[in-house]
Structures are given as structure tokens and as C-alpha cells.
Design a binder for this molecule. Structure first.
Ligand code: 13P
Ligand code: SF4
Length: 302
């Protein structure tokens, strides 16, 4: 930890100097999550908290779509993303033309869009959702069919829980699609008492092989409520590191997968972001109102 201290001290000083707060996703490494973040959470919590920030600058320690969401909800504030290369395979999997084609093919069917998308996709959508509120969002629509984009696995996992028919797009999270039921079988071998929690971006056969599925915040809440002796979090690696730090009595069984986009966030990148005011995120004005509306509809439901 001592090696991180100079950067942590510099970041704390820069936050005061620049009237900034750091919003950090649960996949940040522990020195960011426990060392410099002011607010931590899943995608839903970060979107909610972005609405209530008082500081003039938000540093989003996460990926591009999260910074864009924060900017949409806070147009008057400066939103910084430490590394512009922090993308997301889901956000990159779909274009506005593809959304329009789906609508044309299925007239009258509402478009429910995962927040892991660009503002241009949100602007084409009726409502957004996260993995933490997807069931509630779908049920709030009171329909028997939705277009749910762009994560085919999240869509199928949520369809199984709601009974609502989903029309999907072939997007996937490059981190969660790599998990297989065999990984879970191997974890259970020799760990008979392990509780397996999977993220709903995992393929449906992985979710079925797990004991529980939920967003990163749901997984954390499950661990805190049930306090299993042994747990496996089928998600990005830093999730286990961050939850384990607060629960030395719980045995966290690996393996896990790394998200290369989330890992672009380092203490050095955050420090440089504050020092040089980079990289400022803006949203094309012609898209902003429509994109904001789909996020606000989601927040009103959850
Ligand atoms: P949640 O934190 O909303 O579960 O999302 C996981 C994720 O992959 C974000 O990129
Ligand atoms: Fe995107 Fe998956 Fe990385 Fe989240 S973990 S940012 S969904 S690639």
C-alpha cells in the first residue's frame, strides 16, 4: 500500500484544488476503490449518485458510457474520464441504424436499452436499464414483448425471470461471455460449501449453474446479508478483491476475468486527469435530450 501513498495523497490534494469528486465503479482496483473514490457502486448507483453531486467536476473511474451518463445527468458539470480508451464491447456492438432496423421490423415493440451503450443508442431508445433494475424496468412497461439491446445474454436471463418475450441483438460482454458451466463445476469440486454468484451478463447456462445472479451491487449485498463461509463471484476480478477487503473471514474462490477497459484506470491516470483536466466528456447536443430522457425514465422506475 505504501507504494500507492504518494499518488493517493496527490489525488486527495487535487480533488480539493479542483472541486472534484471521484465516482468509481465496483471493478476498480482496491487502491482506487478504497484509496481515492468518494462514491462507489454498480452502474445504477453511479447514475443515481451522479444526479446529486455538488462538486463542479466529476472524475469517472470506470468506462466511457458511465462518464457519458454522468454528463447527461449533469450537463453543467465538468466530467472527466482518465483514459479515453476505456470502452466496452457491449457499447461497441451496436449502431443507431441497427436500432432503427429493429424498430422497423417490430413496430410498436418498446426498445429497452442496457446503459452499457453510447448516447447515440440511448437516444434511439424508449427506456434504459441496468443489470440491477432490468426486471423492474421490463415489468413496468406492462407488455408481453420488448426489444432488449445490446446484450443477448442479459436479455435472455431477464426474459427467463419475467416471462416477457425478448427480441435480442448479438452483443456480449467480453469479460462475462468467457465464463462456462465447466468453470462453475470446477469451482464446486473440492469446495462443496461454496456459494456461486454470477453476473447476468454471463451466458444463461452459466447463470443456471450458479446459486444466484445479480448486478455487482446485488452480489455485494448478498455476501453482506448471507455471509457465506466460501463464495465465488463470477465476474470481473476486482469485484472479489474489493468485497474481500471488508470480509477477511470469507473465503473468495477464484478464477475471475479482467476487463481491459476498466483496467485503463490507474492512480497515475486519475492523477493526470485531475492535473490536466482531461479527458473532458461531452455529448452531442442533438442527442442529449433524447438520451437523457431514456435514462430519466429508468431512474423514475427504480
Ligand atoms: P453493474 O455494476 O451494473 O452490475 O455492471 C457491470 C458491468 O459490467 C459494468 O460495465
Ligand atoms: Fe463492458 Fe464487460 Fe468491461 Fe463491463 S466488464 S465495461 S460490460 S466489457
Amino acid at each position: 500500500w505504501a507504494t500507492f501513498e504518494p499518488d493517493i495523497e496527490a489525488i486527495e490534494r487535487l480533488k480539493v484544488e479542483h472541486d472534484a469528486v471521484i465516482l468509481a465503479h465496483n471493478y476498480m482496483t482496491p487502491e482506487i476503490y478504497h484509496g481515492v473514490a468518494d462514491i462507489v457502486g454498480d452502474s445504477l448507483a453511479l447514475a443515481r449518485e451522479a444526479q446529486h453531486v455538488r462538486a463542479g467536476t466529476i472524475v469517472l473511474a470506470g468506462v466511457h458510457f458511465m462518464a457519458e451518463t454522468a454528463k447527461l445527468l449533469n450537463p453543467a458539470k465538468r466530467v472527466l474520464l482518465p483514459d479515453l480508451r476505456s470502452g466496452c464491447s457491449l457499447a461497441e456492438s451496436i449502431t443507431p441504424e441497427q436500432v432503427r432496423a429493429l424498430r422497423a421490423e417490430h413496430p410498436g415493440v418498446p426498445v429497452v436499452t442496457y446503459v452499457n451503450t453510447s448516447a447515440a443508442i440511448k437516444a434511439e431508445s424508449d427506456i434504459c436499464c441496468t443489470s440491477g433494475n432490468a426486471v423492474r424496468v421490463i415489468e413496468s412497461l406492462g407488455v408481453d414483448k420488448v426489444i432488449m439491446i445490446p446484450d443477448q445474454y442479459l436479455a435472455r436471463n431477464i426474459a427467463a425471470r419475467t416471462g416477457v418475450e425478448v427480441i435480442t441483438h448479438p452483443g456480449a460482454c467480453e469479460v462475462h461471455e468467457r465464463f462456462t458451466p465447466l468453470d462453475i463445476a470446477e469451482i464446486r469440486q473440492g469446495n462443496e460449501d461454496v456459494v456461486v454468484l454470477a453476473h447476468p451478463e454471463c451466458p444463461p447456462d452459466v447463470v443456471q449453474a450458479a446459486d444466484y445472479a445479480g448486478s455487482t451491487a446485488d452480489m455485494q449485498a448478498y455476501v453482506e446479508q448471507h455471509r457465506p463461509a466460501k463464495v465465488a463471484l463470477i465476474t470481473e476480478c476486482s469485484m472479489s478483491d474489493n468485497v474481500a477487503a471488508g470480509h477477511p473471514d470469507i473465503d473468495f474462490v477464484r478464477p475471475c476475468n479482467l476487463c481491459p477497459h476498466m483496467k485503463r484506470n490507474t492512480l497515475g491516470a486519475i492523477r493526470a486527469s485531475l492535473e490536466h483536466g482531461r479527458h473532458e466528456i461531452t455529448v452531442e447536443p442533438s442527442l442529449a435530450d433524447a438520451a437523457r430522457l431514456s435514462i430519466e425514465r429508468m431512474l423514475a422506475v427504480s
